[in-house]
Design a binder for this molecule. Structure first.
Ligand code: WT7
Length: 566
Protein backbone atom coordinates (compact mmCIF):
# COMPACT_ATOMS: atom_id res chain seq x y z
CA UNK A 1 0.00 0.00 0.00
CA UNK A 2 1.30 3.41 -0.94
CA UNK A 3 1.89 6.06 1.72
CA UNK A 4 1.59 8.70 -0.95
CA UNK A 5 -1.61 10.63 -1.51
CA UNK A 6 -2.42 11.66 -5.06
CA UNK A 7 -0.90 14.98 -6.10
CA UNK A 8 -4.30 16.64 -5.96
CA UNK A 9 -5.00 15.30 -2.45
CA UNK A 10 -1.52 16.21 -1.26
CA UNK A 11 -1.64 19.77 -2.45
CA UNK A 12 -5.05 20.50 -0.95
CA UNK A 13 -4.58 22.33 2.35
CA UNK A 14 -0.93 21.22 2.57
CA UNK A 15 0.81 22.66 5.58
CA UNK A 16 4.37 21.98 6.80
CA UNK A 17 2.90 22.01 10.32
CA UNK A 18 1.24 18.68 9.55
CA UNK A 19 4.66 17.22 8.80
CA UNK A 20 6.05 18.62 12.04
CA UNK A 21 3.19 16.92 13.86
CA UNK A 22 3.82 13.62 12.09
CA UNK A 23 7.43 13.80 13.29
CA UNK A 24 6.37 14.73 16.82
CA UNK A 25 8.16 18.05 16.54
CA UNK A 26 6.83 21.19 18.22
CA UNK A 27 8.20 24.67 17.53
CA UNK A 28 11.06 25.45 19.89
CA UNK A 29 11.78 21.77 20.71
CA UNK A 30 15.23 20.37 20.09
CA UNK A 31 15.47 18.79 16.64
CA UNK A 32 18.49 16.73 15.66
CA UNK A 33 18.68 14.91 12.35
CA UNK A 34 21.05 12.28 13.78
CA UNK A 35 18.54 11.44 16.51
CA UNK A 36 15.63 11.34 14.07
CA UNK A 37 17.45 8.90 11.79
CA UNK A 38 18.41 6.46 14.55
CA UNK A 39 17.04 6.83 18.12
CA UNK A 40 13.55 7.78 17.06
CA UNK A 41 13.27 4.82 14.70
CA UNK A 42 14.37 2.50 17.53
CA UNK A 43 11.84 4.12 19.88
CA UNK A 44 9.20 3.31 17.28
CA UNK A 45 10.06 -0.37 17.74
CA UNK A 46 12.09 -0.75 14.53
CA UNK A 47 15.49 -1.27 16.19
CA UNK A 48 15.92 -4.74 14.69
CA UNK A 49 15.10 -3.65 11.16
CA UNK A 50 18.07 -3.36 8.76
CA UNK A 51 19.03 0.29 8.31
CA UNK A 52 22.06 -0.15 6.05
CA UNK A 53 22.90 -2.95 3.67
CA UNK A 54 26.43 -2.10 2.62
CA UNK A 55 28.54 -3.61 -0.14
CA UNK A 56 32.16 -2.69 -0.88
CA UNK A 57 33.77 -2.60 -4.31
CA UNK A 58 35.41 -5.95 -3.64
CA UNK A 59 32.04 -7.49 -2.86
CA UNK A 60 32.39 -7.50 0.93
CA UNK A 61 29.03 -7.05 2.65
CA UNK A 62 27.75 -5.83 5.98
CA UNK A 63 24.29 -5.19 7.32
CA UNK A 64 23.49 -2.92 10.25
CA UNK A 65 20.16 -2.64 12.04
CA UNK A 66 18.76 0.69 13.20
CA UNK A 67 19.76 -0.25 16.75
CA UNK A 68 23.33 -1.02 15.67
CA UNK A 69 23.41 2.23 13.76
CA UNK A 70 22.12 4.10 16.83
CA UNK A 71 24.89 2.64 18.99
CA UNK A 72 27.66 3.10 16.41
CA UNK A 73 26.72 6.74 15.79
CA UNK A 74 26.58 7.39 19.56
CA UNK A 75 29.95 5.71 19.98
CA UNK A 76 31.46 7.71 17.11
CA UNK A 77 30.00 10.95 18.52
CA UNK A 78 31.24 10.23 22.06
CA UNK A 79 34.70 9.47 20.69
CA UNK A 80 34.79 12.81 18.83
CA UNK A 81 33.61 14.60 21.96
CA UNK A 82 36.38 12.92 23.99
CA UNK A 83 38.88 14.07 21.38
CA UNK A 84 37.87 17.62 22.30
CA UNK A 85 35.70 18.45 19.30
CA UNK A 86 33.07 21.06 20.20
CA UNK A 87 29.55 21.69 18.89
CA UNK A 88 29.53 24.08 15.93
CA UNK A 89 32.93 22.99 14.60
CA UNK A 90 33.13 21.94 10.95
CA UNK A 91 33.96 18.27 10.57
CA UNK A 92 34.76 17.19 7.03
CA UNK A 93 34.09 13.67 5.80
CA UNK A 94 36.49 12.90 2.99
CA UNK A 95 36.16 9.25 2.09
CA UNK A 96 34.60 6.65 -0.12
CA UNK A 97 31.17 5.29 0.68
CA UNK A 98 32.29 3.29 3.69
CA UNK A 99 29.86 2.64 6.55
CA UNK A 100 31.98 5.12 8.55
CA UNK A 101 30.99 7.86 6.12
CA UNK A 102 27.28 7.33 6.78
CA UNK A 103 27.71 6.86 10.54
CA UNK A 104 30.19 9.74 10.61
CA UNK A 105 27.70 12.21 9.13
CA UNK A 106 25.06 11.18 11.69
CA UNK A 107 27.58 11.22 14.56
CA UNK A 108 28.77 14.70 13.64
CA UNK A 109 25.16 15.88 13.63
CA UNK A 110 24.44 14.14 16.95
CA UNK A 111 27.38 16.05 18.47
CA UNK A 112 25.99 19.37 17.26
CA UNK A 113 28.86 19.84 14.82
CA UNK A 114 28.52 20.79 11.16
CA UNK A 115 29.10 17.93 8.72
CA UNK A 116 31.05 18.88 5.59
CA UNK A 117 31.04 15.90 3.23
CA UNK A 118 33.49 16.21 0.35
CA UNK A 119 33.75 13.97 -2.68
CA UNK A 120 36.70 11.60 -2.16
CA UNK A 121 37.91 12.08 -5.75
CA UNK A 122 38.75 15.72 -5.02
CA UNK A 123 42.41 16.58 -5.45
CA UNK A 124 44.38 18.76 -3.09
CA UNK A 125 43.35 22.13 -4.53
CA UNK A 126 39.60 21.41 -4.45
CA UNK A 127 39.99 20.07 -0.95
CA UNK A 128 42.06 22.98 0.31
CA UNK A 129 39.68 25.64 -1.06
CA UNK A 130 36.76 24.09 0.80
CA UNK A 131 38.53 23.31 4.09
CA UNK A 132 40.10 26.75 4.18
CA UNK A 133 36.81 28.50 3.48
CA UNK A 134 34.91 26.54 6.13
CA UNK A 135 37.65 26.84 8.75
CA UNK A 136 37.32 23.09 9.18
CA UNK A 137 38.90 21.69 12.34
CA UNK A 138 38.54 17.94 11.74
CA UNK A 139 38.84 15.78 8.63
CA UNK A 140 37.65 12.18 8.77
CA UNK A 141 39.25 10.15 6.01
CA UNK A 142 40.78 6.81 5.04
CA UNK A 143 44.28 5.65 4.11
CA UNK A 144 43.56 5.84 0.41
CA UNK A 145 42.86 9.58 0.59
CA UNK A 146 44.93 10.80 3.55
CA UNK A 147 47.88 11.56 1.24
CA UNK A 148 45.93 14.40 -0.33
CA UNK A 149 45.24 15.86 3.12
CA UNK A 150 48.94 15.57 4.03
CA UNK A 151 49.88 17.73 1.03
CA UNK A 152 47.85 20.69 2.31
CA UNK A 153 47.85 20.27 6.07
CA UNK A 154 50.58 22.92 6.53
CA UNK A 155 48.37 25.46 4.82
CA UNK A 156 45.45 24.73 7.19
CA UNK A 157 46.43 26.07 10.59
CA UNK A 158 42.92 25.56 11.98
CA UNK A 159 42.85 21.86 11.17
CA UNK A 160 43.33 20.09 14.50
CA UNK A 161 42.69 16.43 13.77
CA UNK A 162 42.86 14.14 10.77
CA UNK A 163 41.03 10.96 11.64
CA UNK A 164 41.87 7.80 9.69
CA UNK A 165 39.14 5.16 9.92
CA UNK A 166 41.18 2.26 8.53
CA UNK A 167 44.68 2.97 9.87
CA UNK A 168 44.98 -0.65 10.96
CA UNK A 169 48.20 -0.07 12.90
CA UNK A 170 49.94 1.74 10.02
CA UNK A 171 52.09 4.70 11.07
CA UNK A 172 50.38 8.07 11.06
CA UNK A 173 51.72 11.59 10.86
CA UNK A 174 51.35 14.60 13.09
CA UNK A 175 47.74 15.65 13.81
CA UNK A 176 46.53 12.23 12.59
CA UNK A 177 44.66 9.83 14.80
CA UNK A 178 43.33 6.33 14.14
CA UNK A 179 39.72 5.41 14.74
CA UNK A 180 38.65 1.76 14.63
CA UNK A 181 34.95 2.42 15.07
CA UNK A 182 33.88 -1.21 15.05
CA UNK A 183 36.34 -2.10 17.83
CA UNK A 184 35.36 0.64 20.26
CA UNK A 185 33.32 -0.31 23.31
CA UNK A 186 29.76 0.92 22.66
CA UNK A 187 28.97 4.28 24.27
CA UNK A 188 26.00 3.76 26.53
CA UNK A 189 25.62 7.24 27.91
CA UNK A 190 25.91 9.56 24.93
CA UNK A 191 23.40 12.39 25.02
CA UNK A 192 22.50 13.82 21.63
CA UNK A 193 23.26 17.55 21.45
CA UNK A 194 20.00 19.51 21.72
CA UNK A 195 20.29 21.32 18.40
CA UNK A 196 17.25 23.40 17.49
CA UNK A 197 15.54 24.19 14.19
CA UNK A 198 18.05 26.82 13.05
CA UNK A 199 21.21 25.03 14.23
CA UNK A 200 23.58 24.44 11.29
CA UNK A 201 23.67 20.82 10.12
CA UNK A 202 25.35 20.16 6.78
CA UNK A 203 27.67 22.31 4.71
CA UNK A 204 27.76 21.37 1.02
CA UNK A 205 30.08 23.21 -1.36
CA UNK A 206 28.49 24.12 -4.68
CA UNK A 207 29.75 26.03 -7.69
CA UNK A 208 28.52 29.25 -9.24
CA UNK A 209 29.72 31.34 -12.18
CA UNK A 210 31.92 33.64 -10.17
CA UNK A 211 34.36 32.98 -7.38
CA UNK A 212 35.32 29.76 -5.67
CA UNK A 213 32.61 27.26 -4.61
CA UNK A 214 30.22 28.44 -1.92
CA UNK A 215 29.33 26.59 1.28
CA UNK A 216 25.58 26.00 1.24
CA UNK A 217 24.61 26.07 4.89
CA UNK A 218 21.73 23.77 5.90
CA UNK A 219 20.00 23.56 9.28
CA UNK A 220 18.43 20.72 11.27
CA UNK A 221 14.92 21.94 10.44
CA UNK A 222 15.56 20.83 6.83
CA UNK A 223 14.45 17.41 8.08
CA UNK A 224 10.80 18.44 7.76
CA UNK A 225 11.08 18.83 3.98
CA UNK A 226 13.47 15.94 3.44
CA UNK A 227 11.29 13.53 5.38
CA UNK A 228 8.04 14.25 3.54
CA UNK A 229 9.50 14.56 0.05
CA UNK A 230 11.32 11.23 0.53
CA UNK A 231 8.13 9.59 1.76
CA UNK A 232 5.88 10.91 -0.97
CA UNK A 233 8.00 11.40 -4.08
CA UNK A 234 10.15 8.31 -3.59
CA UNK A 235 6.93 6.57 -2.51
CA UNK A 236 8.69 4.90 0.41
CA UNK A 237 6.86 2.05 2.14
CA UNK A 238 7.86 0.08 5.26
CA UNK A 239 9.14 -3.00 3.40
CA UNK A 240 11.15 -1.12 0.81
CA UNK A 241 14.82 -1.64 0.12
CA UNK A 242 15.88 1.69 -1.26
CA UNK A 243 18.99 2.56 -3.25
CA UNK A 244 20.30 6.06 -3.88
CA UNK A 245 23.38 5.74 -6.04
CA UNK A 246 24.59 9.29 -5.27
CA UNK A 247 27.66 9.97 -3.18
CA UNK A 248 27.07 11.96 0.04
CA UNK A 249 29.70 14.43 -1.20
CA UNK A 250 26.76 15.84 -3.15
CA UNK A 251 23.42 16.89 -1.73
CA UNK A 252 21.42 14.00 -3.21
CA UNK A 253 23.60 11.62 -1.21
CA UNK A 254 22.77 13.35 2.09
CA UNK A 255 19.16 14.55 1.66
CA UNK A 256 18.07 11.26 0.03
CA UNK A 257 20.98 8.93 0.76
CA UNK A 258 20.95 9.56 4.51
CA UNK A 259 18.34 11.86 5.99
CA UNK A 260 15.03 11.39 4.15
CA UNK A 261 14.97 7.58 3.96
CA UNK A 262 16.35 6.89 7.45
CA UNK A 263 14.04 9.45 9.07
CA UNK A 264 11.29 7.34 7.49
CA UNK A 265 12.78 4.16 8.97
CA UNK A 266 13.54 2.74 5.53
CA UNK A 267 16.25 0.15 4.76
CA UNK A 268 18.92 1.63 2.49
CA UNK A 269 21.37 -0.28 0.33
CA UNK A 270 24.74 1.30 -0.46
CA UNK A 271 27.20 0.15 -3.12
CA UNK A 272 30.67 1.62 -2.71
CA UNK A 273 31.71 1.36 -6.31
CA UNK A 274 31.51 3.33 -9.50
CA UNK A 275 29.37 2.73 -12.55
CA UNK A 276 29.15 -0.76 -13.98
CA UNK A 277 25.84 -1.77 -15.55
CA UNK A 278 26.13 -5.49 -14.89
CA UNK A 279 27.26 -4.95 -11.30
CA UNK A 280 24.47 -2.46 -10.67
CA UNK A 281 21.74 -4.78 -11.96
CA UNK A 282 23.22 -7.63 -9.96
CA UNK A 283 23.19 -5.41 -6.85
CA UNK A 284 19.52 -4.52 -7.45
CA UNK A 285 18.59 -8.16 -8.03
CA UNK A 286 20.43 -9.66 -5.04
CA UNK A 287 19.18 -7.05 -2.59
CA UNK A 288 15.66 -7.02 -4.03
CA UNK A 289 15.87 -3.22 -4.36
CA UNK A 290 12.36 -1.75 -4.67
CA UNK A 291 12.98 1.98 -5.06
CA UNK A 292 15.92 3.51 -6.93
CA UNK A 293 16.99 7.16 -7.07
CA UNK A 294 19.45 7.75 -9.90
CA UNK A 295 20.58 10.34 -12.45
CA UNK A 296 20.30 10.91 -16.21
CA UNK A 297 23.98 10.29 -16.96
CA UNK A 298 23.77 6.88 -15.28
CA UNK A 299 20.57 6.12 -17.17
CA UNK A 300 22.15 7.09 -20.49
CA UNK A 301 25.11 4.83 -19.71
CA UNK A 302 22.66 2.00 -18.95
CA UNK A 303 20.87 2.72 -22.23
CA UNK A 304 24.15 2.24 -24.07
CA UNK A 305 24.45 -1.25 -22.58
CA UNK A 306 21.00 -2.10 -23.88
CA UNK A 307 17.76 -3.53 -22.54
CA UNK A 308 19.02 -7.10 -23.13
CA UNK A 309 21.37 -6.77 -20.18
CA UNK A 310 18.44 -5.71 -17.99
CA UNK A 311 16.55 -8.82 -19.04
CA UNK A 312 19.40 -11.05 -17.81
CA UNK A 313 18.74 -10.01 -14.20
CA UNK A 314 15.74 -10.51 -11.97
CA UNK A 315 14.72 -6.93 -11.26
CA UNK A 316 11.14 -7.88 -10.46
CA UNK A 317 11.28 -6.23 -7.02
CA UNK A 318 11.86 -2.76 -8.54
CA UNK A 319 8.71 -0.74 -8.07
CA UNK A 320 9.59 2.93 -8.36
CA UNK A 321 12.31 4.88 -10.18
CA UNK A 322 13.32 8.52 -9.76
CA UNK A 323 15.99 10.74 -11.26
CA UNK A 324 17.70 14.04 -10.50
CA UNK A 325 20.60 16.25 -11.41
CA UNK A 326 20.28 17.05 -15.09
CA UNK A 327 17.57 17.16 -17.72
CA UNK A 328 16.08 13.69 -18.04
CA UNK A 329 15.54 13.42 -21.77
CA UNK A 330 12.31 11.94 -23.07
CA UNK A 331 14.20 9.05 -24.72
CA UNK A 332 15.56 7.96 -21.34
CA UNK A 333 12.05 7.89 -19.85
CA UNK A 334 10.71 5.93 -22.79
CA UNK A 335 13.68 3.51 -22.68
CA UNK A 336 13.21 2.90 -18.96
CA UNK A 337 9.57 2.00 -19.62
CA UNK A 338 10.75 -0.54 -22.15
CA UNK A 339 13.65 -1.90 -20.14
CA UNK A 340 12.26 -1.83 -16.57
CA UNK A 341 8.54 -1.67 -17.31
CA UNK A 342 8.32 1.67 -15.52
CA UNK A 343 9.39 5.23 -16.19
CA UNK A 344 12.00 7.22 -14.30
CA UNK A 345 10.26 10.06 -12.48
CA UNK A 346 12.21 13.27 -12.85
CA UNK A 347 12.74 15.57 -9.88
CA UNK A 348 14.32 19.02 -9.93
CA UNK A 349 16.11 20.66 -7.04
CA UNK A 350 19.46 22.06 -5.98
CA UNK A 351 22.04 21.98 -3.22
CA UNK A 352 20.50 25.22 -2.00
CA UNK A 353 16.91 23.95 -1.91
CA UNK A 354 17.83 20.95 0.28
CA UNK A 355 14.84 18.98 -0.96
CA UNK A 356 13.07 18.22 -4.21
CA UNK A 357 11.03 21.21 -5.30
CA UNK A 358 9.61 20.19 -8.69
CA UNK A 359 8.57 16.57 -8.87
CA UNK A 360 6.70 13.86 -10.67
CA UNK A 361 4.51 12.39 -7.96
CA UNK A 362 3.99 8.63 -8.09
CA UNK A 363 0.82 8.01 -10.03
CA UNK A 364 0.95 11.40 -11.70
CA UNK A 365 0.93 11.28 -15.48
CA UNK A 366 4.58 11.48 -16.55
CA UNK A 367 5.17 13.74 -19.52
CA UNK A 368 8.52 12.47 -20.80
CA UNK A 369 10.99 15.35 -20.81
CA UNK A 370 9.18 17.39 -18.15
CA UNK A 371 10.41 17.86 -14.58
CA UNK A 372 6.85 17.67 -13.21
CA UNK A 373 5.04 20.03 -10.90
CA UNK A 374 5.93 21.92 -7.70
CA UNK A 375 5.92 19.81 -4.55
CA UNK A 376 3.04 20.74 -2.19
CA UNK A 377 4.05 23.69 -0.03
CA UNK A 378 6.47 24.95 -2.69
CA UNK A 379 5.53 28.02 -4.71
CA UNK A 380 7.48 27.86 -7.94
CA UNK A 381 7.33 30.18 -10.92
CA UNK A 382 9.06 31.10 -14.13
CA UNK A 383 10.05 34.76 -14.04
CA UNK A 384 10.98 37.35 -16.57
CA UNK A 385 14.79 37.62 -16.21
CA UNK A 386 14.75 41.41 -16.09
CA UNK A 387 11.64 42.29 -14.09
CA UNK A 388 11.61 39.16 -11.90
CA UNK A 389 7.85 38.89 -12.14
CA UNK A 390 6.07 35.77 -13.49
CA UNK A 391 6.21 35.59 -17.30
CA UNK A 392 3.02 36.76 -18.93
CA UNK A 393 2.54 34.20 -21.64
CA UNK A 394 2.18 30.52 -21.03
CA UNK A 395 5.13 28.63 -22.43
CA UNK A 396 7.36 31.68 -22.31
CA UNK A 397 10.95 30.98 -21.27
CA UNK A 398 12.08 32.55 -18.00
CA UNK A 399 14.10 31.78 -14.89
CA UNK A 400 12.94 29.26 -12.29
CA UNK A 401 12.23 30.90 -8.93
CA UNK A 402 10.80 29.79 -5.61
CA UNK A 403 9.13 31.61 -2.73
CA UNK A 404 11.66 31.23 0.09
CA UNK A 405 9.26 29.73 2.61
CA UNK A 406 9.92 25.98 2.90
CA UNK A 407 11.96 24.31 5.67
CA UNK A 408 15.09 23.13 3.85
CA UNK A 409 16.20 26.23 1.92
CA UNK A 410 19.80 26.96 2.96
CA UNK A 411 20.17 29.79 5.47
CA UNK A 412 23.29 31.36 3.97
CA UNK A 413 26.52 30.63 2.15
CA UNK A 414 29.30 30.11 4.65
CA UNK A 415 31.06 33.43 5.24
CA UNK A 416 29.33 34.86 2.21
CA UNK A 417 26.04 36.48 3.17
CA UNK A 418 26.36 38.84 0.19
CA UNK A 419 26.43 35.94 -2.24
CA UNK A 420 23.38 34.46 -0.56
CA UNK A 421 21.43 37.73 -0.66
CA UNK A 422 22.28 37.96 -4.36
CA UNK A 423 20.15 34.84 -4.98
CA UNK A 424 16.97 36.76 -4.08
CA UNK A 425 15.10 38.99 -6.49
CA UNK A 426 11.77 40.63 -5.83
CA UNK A 427 10.99 38.25 -2.94
CA UNK A 428 11.90 35.13 -4.94
CA UNK A 429 14.81 32.73 -4.59
CA UNK A 430 16.20 32.53 -8.12
CA UNK A 431 17.65 29.11 -9.01
CA UNK A 432 19.87 29.96 -11.99
CA UNK A 433 17.97 27.79 -14.48
CA UNK A 434 15.62 28.55 -17.34
CA UNK A 435 12.33 26.77 -17.93
CA UNK A 436 8.81 27.02 -19.28
CA UNK A 437 5.49 26.00 -17.73
CA UNK A 438 2.80 24.30 -19.84
CA UNK A 439 -0.98 24.53 -19.62
CA UNK A 440 -1.10 21.73 -17.02
CA UNK A 441 1.44 23.40 -14.75
CA UNK A 442 4.30 21.07 -15.71
CA UNK A 443 7.81 22.59 -15.74
CA UNK A 444 10.11 22.00 -18.73
CA UNK A 445 13.83 22.58 -18.33
CA UNK A 446 15.47 24.82 -20.93
CA UNK A 447 19.02 25.35 -19.69
CA UNK A 448 21.17 26.98 -17.06
CA UNK A 449 21.07 30.72 -16.74
CA UNK A 450 24.76 31.08 -15.96
CA UNK A 451 28.21 29.73 -16.91
CA UNK A 452 28.16 26.75 -14.54
CA UNK A 453 29.00 23.43 -16.19
CA UNK A 454 26.80 20.44 -15.38
CA UNK A 455 28.80 17.31 -16.08
CA UNK A 456 27.09 14.05 -15.26
CA UNK A 457 24.84 15.82 -12.76
CA UNK A 458 27.74 17.52 -10.99
CA UNK A 459 28.11 21.25 -11.13
CA UNK A 460 31.60 22.49 -11.87
CA UNK A 461 32.47 26.18 -11.63
CA UNK A 462 34.49 27.72 -14.44
CA UNK A 463 36.31 30.01 -12.02
CA UNK A 464 37.69 27.12 -9.99
CA UNK A 465 39.04 25.49 -13.16
CA UNK A 466 40.47 28.71 -14.56
CA UNK A 467 42.19 29.46 -11.24
CA UNK A 468 43.73 26.00 -11.19
CA UNK A 469 44.81 26.33 -14.82
CA UNK A 470 46.79 29.43 -13.91
CA UNK A 471 48.83 27.20 -11.62
CA UNK A 472 50.23 25.43 -14.69
CA UNK A 473 53.53 27.00 -15.86
CA UNK A 474 52.47 27.17 -19.53
CA UNK A 475 49.07 28.83 -19.07
CA UNK A 476 48.73 32.59 -19.51
CA UNK A 477 44.94 32.88 -19.59
CA UNK A 478 42.02 30.53 -19.89
CA UNK A 479 38.27 30.18 -20.03
CA UNK A 480 36.40 27.02 -19.07
CA UNK A 481 33.04 26.42 -20.71
CA UNK A 482 30.50 23.65 -21.14
CA UNK A 483 30.72 21.49 -24.23
CA UNK A 484 27.66 19.39 -25.07
CA UNK A 485 28.20 15.67 -24.57
CA UNK A 486 25.89 12.79 -25.50
CA UNK A 487 26.37 10.93 -22.20
CA UNK A 488 27.44 13.44 -19.54
CA UNK A 489 25.21 16.18 -20.96
CA UNK A 490 28.14 18.56 -20.70
CA UNK A 491 31.88 18.20 -20.26
CA UNK A 492 34.49 20.83 -19.54
CA UNK A 493 36.27 22.45 -22.45
CA UNK A 494 39.11 24.87 -21.79
CA UNK A 495 40.31 27.62 -24.09
CA UNK A 496 43.91 28.34 -23.20
CA UNK A 497 46.38 30.98 -24.30
CA UNK A 498 50.01 30.09 -23.61
CA UNK A 499 52.82 32.08 -22.08
CA UNK A 500 55.67 33.12 -24.38
CA UNK A 501 58.03 30.23 -25.00
CA UNK A 502 55.33 27.54 -24.92
CA UNK A 503 53.96 25.93 -28.07
CA UNK A 504 50.67 24.04 -28.41
CA UNK A 505 51.22 20.29 -28.65
CA UNK A 506 49.40 17.04 -27.96
CA UNK A 507 51.73 16.39 -25.03
CA UNK A 508 51.02 19.75 -23.44
CA UNK A 509 47.33 19.13 -23.99
CA UNK A 510 47.49 15.88 -21.99
CA UNK A 511 49.73 17.37 -19.37
CA UNK A 512 47.28 20.19 -18.66
CA UNK A 513 44.33 17.79 -18.52
CA UNK A 514 46.11 15.60 -15.99
CA UNK A 515 47.19 18.62 -14.01
CA UNK A 516 43.55 19.59 -13.48
CA UNK A 517 42.45 16.02 -12.81
CA UNK A 518 44.97 15.76 -10.00
CA UNK A 519 44.56 19.23 -8.52
CA UNK A 520 40.76 19.39 -8.75
CA UNK A 521 39.01 16.18 -9.77
CA UNK A 522 38.26 13.94 -12.75
CA UNK A 523 34.96 15.84 -13.16
CA UNK A 524 36.69 19.18 -13.55
CA UNK A 525 39.27 17.86 -15.99
CA UNK A 526 38.84 19.45 -19.44
CA UNK A 527 37.97 16.79 -22.00
CA UNK A 528 39.18 19.15 -24.66
CA UNK A 529 41.68 21.97 -24.73
CA UNK A 530 41.74 24.50 -27.51
CA UNK A 531 44.84 26.66 -27.70
CA UNK A 532 44.03 30.21 -28.75
CA UNK A 533 45.98 33.41 -29.31
CA UNK A 534 43.69 35.43 -27.09
CA UNK A 535 40.27 35.25 -25.45
CA UNK A 536 37.17 37.39 -26.08
CA UNK A 537 37.02 40.08 -23.40
CA UNK A 538 34.92 43.00 -22.32
CA UNK A 539 36.41 46.47 -22.51
CA UNK A 540 37.20 46.17 -18.81
CA UNK A 541 39.12 42.95 -19.40
CA UNK A 542 36.59 40.32 -18.25
CA UNK A 543 36.59 37.15 -20.31
CA UNK A 544 33.21 36.64 -22.01
CA UNK A 545 32.55 32.92 -21.75
CA UNK A 546 29.21 33.45 -23.48
CA UNK A 547 30.97 33.97 -26.80
CA UNK A 548 32.93 30.75 -26.42
CA UNK A 549 29.88 28.84 -25.24
CA UNK A 550 27.88 30.03 -28.20
CA UNK A 551 30.56 28.58 -30.43
CA UNK A 552 30.43 25.22 -28.67
CA UNK A 553 26.64 25.03 -28.70
CA UNK A 554 26.35 26.30 -32.25
CA UNK A 555 24.23 29.19 -31.01
CA UNK A 556 24.24 32.70 -32.42
CA UNK A 557 26.67 34.84 -30.46
CA UNK A 558 24.30 37.81 -30.30
CA UNK A 559 25.27 41.45 -30.42
CA UNK A 560 28.55 41.83 -28.61
CA UNK A 561 29.81 44.92 -30.40
CA UNK A 562 29.28 47.09 -27.32
CA UNK A 563 31.16 44.89 -24.91
CA UNK A 564 34.04 43.52 -26.93
CA UNK A 565 37.57 44.80 -26.75
CA UNK A 566 38.17 45.35 -30.45
C1 WT7 B 1 21.36 22.08 -10.69
C2 WT7 B 1 21.54 21.86 -9.21
C3 WT7 B 1 19.82 18.48 -6.37
C4 WT7 B 1 20.43 17.32 -6.82
C5 WT7 B 1 21.70 17.33 -7.54
C6 WT7 B 1 22.17 18.60 -8.15
C7 WT7 B 1 20.45 20.93 -12.47
C8 WT7 B 1 18.96 19.37 -11.14
C9 WT7 B 1 17.53 18.77 -12.65
C10 WT7 B 1 16.50 18.24 -13.47
C11 WT7 B 1 17.33 19.56 -15.22
C12 WT7 B 1 18.43 19.68 -13.22
C13 WT7 B 1 19.97 22.36 -12.49
C14 WT7 B 1 20.08 22.77 -11.04
N1 WT7 B 1 19.32 20.02 -12.27
N2 WT7 B 1 17.90 18.60 -11.37
N3 WT7 B 1 15.62 17.37 -13.00
N4 WT7 B 1 16.44 18.67 -14.76
N5 WT7 B 1 18.32 20.06 -14.52
O1 WT7 B 1 22.36 19.60 -7.20
O2 WT7 B 1 24.68 20.32 -7.73
O3 WT7 B 1 23.07 21.93 -6.66
O4 WT7 B 1 22.77 21.21 -9.03
O5 WT7 B 1 21.34 20.83 -11.38
O6 WT7 B 1 20.81 23.13 -13.29
O7 WT7 B 1 20.14 24.14 -10.81
P1 WT7 B 1 23.27 20.81 -7.59
Amino acid sequence: MSNTPTYEEAIKGFDWAQVEEELGYRKGDPINIGWYCTDRICEMGLGDKPALIWEGFKGDQRTYTFDEMRILTDTFAAWLRDLGVEPGERVCLFMDRLPELYFGVLAVLKMGCIAQPLFSAFGEDSLWTRLDNAGTSVVITQRKHVKKVRKIVDRLPGLKHVIVVDADGKPLKEREVALALHDLPPAEDFVVHPTTAESPSILHYTSGTTGQPKGAQHVHYSLISQYITAKWVLDLRPDDVYWCNADPGWVTGTSYGIIGPWANGITQAVLDSGFNADKWYDFIARNRITVWYSAPTAIRLLMKEGAELVAKHDLSALRHLCSVGEPLNAEAVIWSEEAFGKPFHDTFWQTETGCMVITNFPGMQVKPGSMGRPFPGITAAVLDPVEFTPVEKQGQVGVIALRPDWPSLIRTYWNNEEGFKGKFKNGWFVCGDQATIDADGYFWFVGRDDDVINTGGHLVGPFEIESALLGHPAVAESAAVAKPDPVNMEVVKAFVSLKPGFEPSADLDLEIMNFIRKKLSPLAMPQEIEFVEDLPKTRSGKIIRRVLRAKEFGEPVGDISTIMND
